[in-house]
Write a protein that binds this ligand. Structure first.
Ligand code: FEO
Ligand code: CA
Ligand code: CA
Ligand code: CA
Length: 656
């Protein structure tokens, strides 16, 4: 017996073919509509026309650009499937679309950028909170002027909390006490806490900074540019009085005698999990205890009364790591969210997210794994105290967190194929994680071994430029990616893992999971375990792909599978278990140029929300606030990232 649960949940839709059009494709019997595309006015200061000249002021009062991770926060538990606050990340910007009426950005490549342009781009990043509701006809729209509509941008004042707050590492001219910063940036995946807050995750933030001078070790390890920043916001500093460092803060070159006189520490106030209470206008808080790196997301582990609260996060870069945070405080169900009520949720967040232990994962070839603590007193792979090995005082937890990536190198973590999203089956606690691809994964002549601490360990300050294949990342030059899953063991800091499915083109030699035209995919990214009845669920897999063989067959897509149980986990390297994929089916395809990301369903499972990020020529007329997402554009339109709501024509549950 393989111990698999008998599964009665069946995907009832007919899988869709690949598509290469400027439209969203959904199965027969389903409809899709556009909701809150970039630029949608939230409040009186916003406005939208297809030829809109976007301004900083308008953008601050409108939906941000490049929608990514998102979730729903109901105002009334009894009405949670009809109205809620939609919290969505605005990851980055498409300058061509943003500045289309003006023919492009000014001096974006070199020279000084106009302050108004930089300010507009800063305001297009961050997070959008928007009140949305469904009418009697099943049509979704936002509520203009709702008191819940709110933007956080790369300029919004945010508190620092946890071990790094108030330390010398984060003292800046703006906040000499090291307790605040401005902005959250490149917010990719997300998290939702049991106490009703949204976690926005800072991913590719290093590139908005530049350092022309002496770099800190952690600046080098995380990749702060030394030549120019991504958008050149720092070059606007001369345009206005820079008393407040509005733009100068993006140039972190040390200038003063002391850290409090310049912005050398500014980048050290980024790279965190950021907690937002969507029900209030309280200042957001960066929870530094959860580590500092390019956070893809923040996924809640299995929640049990009296047990710690756990969050998983991946560092999305080639050969970076998977992390787990475990709270000191035990979960008290009395702290659960009370939808729609206004109270101090962020103090509950402080209870669970400011004191705890951060771990990094090491995957062993035999299917076991261990969580390595990133604490000052932890023992490194070569037998030193971690704090000592990092050159820190022996109790300097803030220093360890600032140098999370270095610390993980020294502990001997397993370099992964770009960890993107994770998701947790809330009943079993099984964790799924996408490993999207890795062009810097080399062949290895022998079976990889991680049985002795010390072998194949990255050097401090370097990480792995290239890493040999290992059991959890078994394919050299992994273009198609894979999904792994694990379950925590009863033993402390231990887990068991297996590969769940390998991406591939159907005719690839390494199509290990037996994919066909109707479910071939590559570069898995977004992921969500959609719990249904009896503890079963649908695992939704989204793609962000440029893999030859798939990209010429279909645009990015959304697939669904009903996972089998992990009880049958074989525990021997990459288990290629086709029973995992028996029901893997393509559910939807996005428009050309986009990635498909950001996913949740209403509690009644009748509406599935996804995001279409960086489309090339979509939605159809580039202007309508709500329209048929399945209509293709005729001619070139001004593209707008957008949320898409997928529903059944008969109002039934999605997928079944
Ligand atoms: Fe923003 Fe790793 O995706
Ligand atoms: Ca992603
Ligand atoms: Ca991606
Ligand atoms: Ca993206």
């Amino acid at each position: 017996s393989n111990g698999a649960k008998k599964t009665s949940l069946t995907l009832a839709f007919e899988a869709v073919q690949g598509s290469l059009t400027d439209a969203v494709v959904v199965p027969d019997g389903y409809v899709a509509q556009v909701l809150v595309p970039w630029g949608t006015p939230l409040n009186a200061g916003g406005s939208w026309q297809p030829d809109q000249h976007m301004t900083a002021e308008r953008q601050a009062a409108s939906v941000g650009m490049h929608h990514d991770g998102m979730d729903a926060f109901p105002l009334d538990a009894d009405n949670a499937s009809r109205r809620f606050i939609l919290a969505l990340n605005n990851e980055y910007i498409d300058q061509t679309a943003l500045w289309a009426p003006q023919g492009g950005p000014t001096n974006a490549k070199r020279g000084r950028r106009p302050a108004e342009e930089s300010r507009t781009e800063i305001n297009a990043h961050g997070v959008t909170l928007v009140d949305v509701e469904k009418d009697a006809n099943g049509h979704w729209s936002h509520v203009p002027g709702s008191r819940y509509n709110r933007r956080l941008t790369s300029a919004t004042v945010i508190e620092l909390a946890g071990p790094v707050a108030g330390s010398d590492y984060v003292k800046t001219r703006f906040s000499p006490a090291g307790t605040q910063t401005r902005g959250t940036n490149n917010n990719c995946g997300h998290g939702v806490t049991p106490w009703g807050t949204f976690i926005t995750c800072e991913e590719n933030w290093p590139n908005v900074f530049v350092n022309h001078g002496q770099r800190f070790q952690d600046d080098a390890r995380i990749g702060i540019p030394t030549n120019k920043s991504r958008y050149g916001w720092d070059t606007s500093a001369g345009d206005v009085s820079e008393e407040n460092g509005e733009f100068a803060r993006f140039d972190i070159t040390p200038r003063g005698e002391r850290a409090e006189e310049d912005y050398r520490n500014e980048a050290r106030t980024f790279g965190y999990q950021v907690e937002i209470d969507p029900y209030s206008d309280a200042r957001a808080v960066k929870r530094t205890a959860l580590g500092r790196f390019r956070h893809e997301g923040c996924w809640l582990g299995k929640l049990e009364a009296g047990q710690p609260v756990v969050f998983y996060s991946g560092h999305d870069a080639r050969n970076e790591y998977v992390y787990k945070y475990v709270s000191d405080a035990a979960w008290d169900p009395a702290d659960a969210n009370r939808p729609g009520e206004t109270y101090d949720r962020l103090s509950i967040g402080s209870k669970y997210m400011d004191n705890g232990t951060l771990y990094v994962a090491r995957f062993h070839a035999d299917g076991s794994g261990e969580w390595l603590p990133l604490t000052p007193s932890a023992e490194t792979h070569d037998g030193r105290l971690l704090a000592t090995a990092l050159g820190l005082a022996e109790d300097d937890l803030a220093g360890v967190i600032i140098s999370t990536c270095d610390a993980a190198d020294l502990m001997g973590a397993t370099p992964m194929d770009r960890p993107e999203w994770a998701t947790v089956d809330p009943t079993s606690g099984e964790v799924y994680l996408t490993l999207t691809n890795n062009s810097k994964r080399s062949e290895t002549s022998a079976a990889p071994t991680f049985t002795n601490k010390g072998d194949d360990v990255a050097q401090r300050g370097v990480g792995y430029e290239t890493a040999p294949a290992n059991a959890a990342n078994p394919r050299a030059n992994n273009g198609a990616g894979h999904v792994i899953r694990w379950r925590e063991s009863r033993l402390p800091n231990a887990f068991r893992w297996e590969v769940f499915v390998f991406g591939a083109a159907a005719n690839d030699a390494d199509n290990h999971s037996g994919l066909t035209d109707m479910n071939q995919f590559a570069s898995p990214d977004g992921l969500w375990f959609d719990q249904r009845d009896d503890g079963q669920g649908i695992l939704w897999i989204q793609t962000d792909n440029s893999y030859e063989g798939i990209a010429d067959y279909t645009n990015d897509q959304l697939l669904a599978v009903v996972p089998n149980s992990l009880d049958e986990l074989q525990g021997a390297g990459p288990v290629i278990n086709n029973s995992n994929q028996q029901q893997l089916k393509r559910f939807a395809v996005g428009p050309s140029g986009c990635e498909v990301t950001g996913i949740f369903a209403t509690p009644d499972k009748t509406a599935l929300f996804i995001n279409i990020q960086h489309p090339g020529n979509w939605p159809a007329d580039g202007s309508a606030l709500t329209q048929d997402a399945t209509a293709a554009a005729s001619g070139q339109v001004r593209p707008r990232a957008s949320t898409v709501v997928i529903q059944k024509r008969d109002g039934g549950q999605i997928g079944v």
